[in-house]
Design a protein around this ligand. Structure first.
Ligand SMILES: C[S@@+](CC[C@H](N)C(=O)[O-])C[C@H]1O[C@@H](n2cnc3c(N)ncnc32)[C@H](O)[C@@H]1O
Length: 529
């Protein structure tokens, strides 16, 4: 009898320091190869890439710049640089640029020189941003630039377009840094506390041989992790700030395992060096902000979703800034993602407008709170009437990503909804369109706005949006057919005929298109006779 043989277990690495694990290399390879496709149904992005979070950040930055200029009047003669780390798709950056520009104009602050730098470690993302139509106007104005920056290395950061290097000469004002969903992506060490002793956690990785090709794992989600503990005596990092944090944990935490964001610390130290020690950092991620929440944790759990992510130890990052001439504001612990603000070279409490904005936008109704509320509505929108959905869109600041989830429901209830709400929605369609940031394989909001106007019989507006949708949706039966209908209702029968004929070329089986063609041809010939 033939014996069944199952997959064989392969050890990929044994007892590695967490920050030196092959996991980080695999993660980098994933982002490098996937480029923009990482965000097509794999790596979650909405939570940190929406107009609400961008508005919070923009208001914080403007408050900070105003505070800084008040204290240092000469600062207005030098550019304020904002560096976005691990930018990814660029959707957040687009909203930031749009809102920053509106705020600068609206508040009469146009004389402030602002340069927003979208950075990532992989060129593949930069290629996507360079050709993106929504970023073009900001590139032309010089408000945005791009740079390669790998947080795991201290290589120089040079702006692609302006060809300026970030260094102590160019960075006169503090460097503002945005770090969304990235502190969890760069390397960490891991430790355990048992009965007042500190241990490093060493990781082993294994997988089935069926998940191996050319000596490397194919699918990260099929990797198993095991931990081994090794007691630490004396200084671990030979860095007084980092070692002091570990010492505090050893003396305070009872029994736990925790991550230590060494990749983040490396980047912070490098950026501090470039910017005369002066940094203003805003970060949103999953994480722990207090000693209490760091205690009684199991070994680090890694969640895989194309790439992988972990919980950021915001508490350790805050301790680092507080003990090295800066400060930190961490929001009171609550469920969901956390927004944190850090400063180096100055105290946030000495910046009144910034501090008030932090109270309002971080400690108050924060990006995490917005996301929780938005999710609740998104889960139950089938029960909502149009005025609730309109308020939801208002809360989401007319984000196309949200509208696309609601569009079927909205179109279905338009006929039974009141005129006041429909008019309100119609008046805001231009805001929805202005927030369009194209991402591959996602629906086109311009087409959906066309459908909205079509449904309320505003055929001219519908046609206008269908035309704008053309470059994005391409040669598509639905688009030509809808345009033909709008043209017919606008009494442009000859043009309608052209569009019905184009639609029929794209779907030769469409009986109703044939019927429309026959109907209009007959109508036109009757008009001639
Ligand atoms: C989880 S995504 C977050 C993207 C974006 N910030 C967001 O909130 O959606 C992580 C991003 O960090 C980039 N990244 C990974 N390792 C990096 C490193 N060592 N230095 C800089 N960026 C890195 C990836 O290419 C990817 O764009």
């Amino acid at each position: 009898m033939k014996q069944e043989t199952g997959p064989r277990r392969v050890l990929i690495e044994k007892h590695k320091k967490f920050s030196e694990s092959a996991l980080w290399r695999l993660q980098r390879e994933y982002f490098d190869q996937a480029g923009i496709d990482a965000w097509v149904n794999q790596v979650p992005f909405y939570i940190t890439s929406n107009p609400f979070i961008a508005t919070c950040y923009a208001k914080l930055v403007i408050a900070f710049i105003r505070d800084w200029i008040k204290k240092n009047p000469d600062a207005k003669n030098h550019p304020f640089y904002i560096l976005e780390l691990g930018t990814g798709s660029g959707r957040f950056s687009f909203f930031m640029l749009k809102i920053l520009q509106e705020l600068l104009q609206g508040l009469g602050l146009e004389e402030i020189q602002l340069v927003y730098i979208m950075s990532d470690f992989t060129k593949n993302n930069i290629k996507y941003w360079e050709d993106h139509p929504a970023l073009k106007p900001y590139l032309e104005k010089g408000l945005v630039d791009f740079a390669i920056y790998d947080m795991e290395s201290d290589r120089s950061i040079t702006l692609f377009k302006k060809n300026i290097q970030l260094n102590t000469e160019t960075l006169v004002n503090p460097l503002t840094v945005f770090a969304n969903y990235i502190f969890d992506t760069v390397s960490h060490d891991s430790f355990a506390i048992r009965e007042g002793k500190l241990y490093e956690l060493l990781i082993s990785l294994s997988t089935d041989d069926t998940n191996m090709k050319n000596n490397r794992p194919i699918n990260m989600e099929k990797i198993n992790t095991d931990y081994h503990i090794n007691e630490i005596h004396g200084s671990y990092y030979h860095d007084p700030h980092l070692d002091a944090i570990l010492e505090t944990y050893k003396n305070t935490l009872k029994e736990t395992s925790f991550l230590f964001p060494v990749g983040t610390f490396r980047a912070i130290k490098y950026l501090k060096k470039l910017a005369h020690d002066k940094l203003f950092i805003i970060s949103t991620d999953k994480g722990y902000s207090t000693l209490e929440t760091l205690d009684h944790l199991g070994h680090p759990s890694i969640s895989f979703h194309g790439s992988f992510s972990m919980m950021v130890n915001f508490h350790a990052i805050a301790e680092y800034f507080k003990t090295s001439g800066g400060g930190a504001c961490l929001q009171t612990t609550r469920k969901g993602i956390k927004t944190s603000v850090f400063s180096s070279g100055f105290d946030l409490k000495d910046m009144p407008e910034t501090y008030m904005t932090i109270q309002e936008r971080v400690e108050g109704y924060s990006p995490g709170d917005y996301f929780i509320l938005h999710r609740r509505i998104s889960d139950s929108f089938q029960e909502c009437n149009l005025d609730t959905l309109a308020s939801h869109m208002q809360m989401a600041l007319w984000d196309p990503h949200i509208y696309l989830k609601l569009t079927n429901r909205i179109n279905a209830i338009l006929g039974e909804s009141d005129k006041e709400t429909i008019d309100f929605m119609a008046a805001n369609m231009k805001n929805l369109a202005a927030n369009y940031y194209y991402m591959p394989k996602s629906e086109c909001i311009l087409f959906e706005i066309g459908v909205f106007f079509h449904a309320i019989k505003n055929y001219q507006q519908a046609l206008d949006y269908y035309k704008q949708a053309m470059p994005y949706v391409g040669e598509q039966f639905g688009l030509y057919y809808n345009m033909a209908l709008c043209l017919h209702h606008s009494d442009a029968q000859e043009e309608a005929l052209i569009y019905f004929k184009k639609a029929l070329e794209l779907d030769k089986e469409s009986k109703e298109t044939e019927e429309w063609i026959t109907f209009i041809e007959k109508k036109l010939s009757e008009q001639k006779t």
